[in-house]
Design a protein around this ligand. Structure first.
Ligand code: ATP
Length: 503
């Protein structure tokens, strides 16, 4: 799986998806640039989310609030005081880690051990295998899963009580070593605030200390009343926003999984107090459906309900995805009560309430939020799509089976050879398609090699123009996933592709 991950990273670079930031200066750790294909995939994921949230819900509207916000925002939200990660250094390697992530990785290994036992048993027992029973009765599996739970619970408890000594004790008891060097020589655990600071204003005396926003959500909370009033919104309603967020992350070992500059897609749904758990369940279901609609395999998702809740939440879950390095958080769904709006009322002195005509009373709404990292979703799509296939004739191909609706380039148009009017006809097709599809022209190398290049780049359709095309106005359409080829009328191309990528 480490292998698979390495392949994803190098493939992303080779095929123009992701480059290290400022690479000619050796890069900037945990900061990345999206290249010609990456920017398209990212845009398509954002669009897929936006449509399902904003266009498919008459009571959800969009917002694009600024990255820089009044500094009191972050006092009210709790980020100044409590947006910390527990940090630990290894004395020998001088490397810095997040203590909670080290422990989570240990726990994930236990889960994987249990998984392996289950797979083995599945093979052994065949048809008769009852997974549920096995999980609850096999002593080894029960042991692994119990230890996983105990470890995670103890960590959550210690972090909640800010008992950093116990977090360190746990690392030592579990014998967790530096992942790079194997050393177990750890420092104490310390808290580290993740917000990036910056200054507004020219002169040193008058400069105001600001933060780059560490989440997009607060821009929504502070605009709650503006949007409600100007849009005449009635509760329940939602505000959706996508945009950059910044966190000075300590651990930066997992490519775009954990970045210092990243993009979030968040939706805050404002509801009547007392109805929040109903909406929480609704959004859990809706968000999972959204993921499953992309067809990346039901078995690759799981909910991780939080037993220990942050002080502002009364229910919380993560949608975890099966990344090459195991199941990890992809999206969070939280019932945040009236914590945020109440805090902003207190710090701003402004009322942030809704007059509910049905109840004939005003109240501070409760909030259910869905929050997903766009870059993490990108990594999920990329790592799930990259496959090495052995074909019937024994040869192999590398193919990026990105869902067609998200694919950066929808079709490549290829003249079979570079003469006899074939390039001109291919260009003609490009001109027809480019109004509403991202298509490219490719005439270099033999057509078989061009197909493979498009497979690896993730292009779902190739349109080939040959001599017959000149005679009867037909072209060949080749499908990336099945490698099937069909002859269709040139006038059918646009319709066929659009059908395959329609929402
Ligand atoms: P983690 O525990 O992995 O640090 P988190 O619980 O702090 O994440 P949230 O604050 O709930 O994350 O943010 C919501 C979503 O934003 C996450 O589910 C994740 O997809 C994304 N996200 C958070 N931090 C990062 C990051 N550093 N890089 C990329 N995406 C991130």
């Amino acid at each position: 799986n480490d292998d698979q991950f390495r392949k994803v990273v190098s493939h992303a670079r080779e095929y123009g998806y992701i480059f290290a930031s400022s690479e000619i200066y050796d890069g900037l750790s945990a900061v990345y640039d999206y290249a010609q294909n990456g920017v398209e995939l990212k845009k398509n994921i954002r669009e897929y989310w936006w449509r399902s949230m904003v266009y498919m819900h008459q009571n959800i509207v969009g917002l694009d609030s600024a990255i820089l916000m009044h500094p009191t925002t972050w006092k009210a939200s709790g980020h100044v005081d409590a947006f910390n990660d527990p940090l630990i250094d290894n004395k020998d390697s001088k490397k810095r880690y997040r203590a909670d992530v080290l422990i989570e990785e240990y726990a994930e290994k236990l889960f994987q051990k249990a998984q392996k036992e289950i797979e083995k048993a599945k093979k052994r027992f065949g048809e008769k295998f009852d997974e549920q029973e096995y999980i609850t009765t096999n002593p080894r599996v029960v042991g692994y899963l119990q230890e996983q739970r105990t470890v995670l619970e103890r960590m959550a408890n210690s972090l909640e009580k800010e008992d950093l000594a116990d977090v360190k004790a746990l690392i030592e008891e579990l014998g967790i070593a530096d992942p790079d060097t194997g050393s177990k020589n750890w420092t104490e655990v310390r808290q580290f605030n993740l917000m990036f600071g910056t200054k507004l204003g020219a002169s040193a005396e008058n400069a105001m200390d600001l933060y780059l926003r560490p989440e997009t959500a607060q821009g929504i909370f502070v605009n709650f009343l503006n949007v409600q009033k100007s849009g005449r919104m009635k509760i329940p309603f939602g505000i959706a926003q996508t945009g950059k967020a910044f966190r000075n992350e300590i651990v930066a070992r997992q490519f775009i999984f954990r970045m210092r500059e990243f993009e979030q897609m968040e939706m805050q749904f404002f509801v009547r107090p007392g109805e929040e758990l109903k909406w929480y369940e609704y959004w859990k279901e809706m968000r999972l459906k959204w993921h499953l609609s992309l067809g990346m395999g039901e078995e690759n998702y799981r909910f991780h309900d939080h037993d220990k809740l942050a002080h502002y939440a009364n229910a919380a879950t993560d949608i975890e995805f099966n990344f090459p390095f195991g199941f990890k958080e992809l999206e969070g769904i939280h019932s945040r009560t009236d914590f945020d709006l109440k805090a902003h009322e207190k710090f701003s002195g402004k009322k942030l309430q809704f007059f509910d005509p049905e109840l004939n009373e005003s109240y501070v709404p409760y909030v259910v939020e869905t929050s997903i990292g766009l870059d993490r979703m990108f990594l999920a799509v990329l790592s799930n799509s990259l496959q090495d296939e052995t074909l019937e004739d024994g040869s192999t191909r590398t193919v990026l089976k990105i869902p067609a609706i998200l694919a950066p380039v929808k079709a490549a148009v290829l003249p079979l050879i570079k003469r006899d009017g074939l390039p001109e006809m291919a260009q003609q097709i490009i001109e027809d398609l480019q109004w509403d599809l991202n298509v490219i022209y490719d005439e270099k190398d033999a057509v078989g090699r061009r197909y493979r290049r498009q497979d690896a780049a993730g292009t779902p359709f190739c349109i080939t123009v040959d001599h017959q095309s000149l005679e009867d106005n037909t072209v060949t359409i080749r499908y990336r996933d099945s490698m099937q080829q069909e002859r269709i009328s040139k006038d059918e191309v646009s319709k066929q592709i659009k059908e395959a990528i329609s929402y």
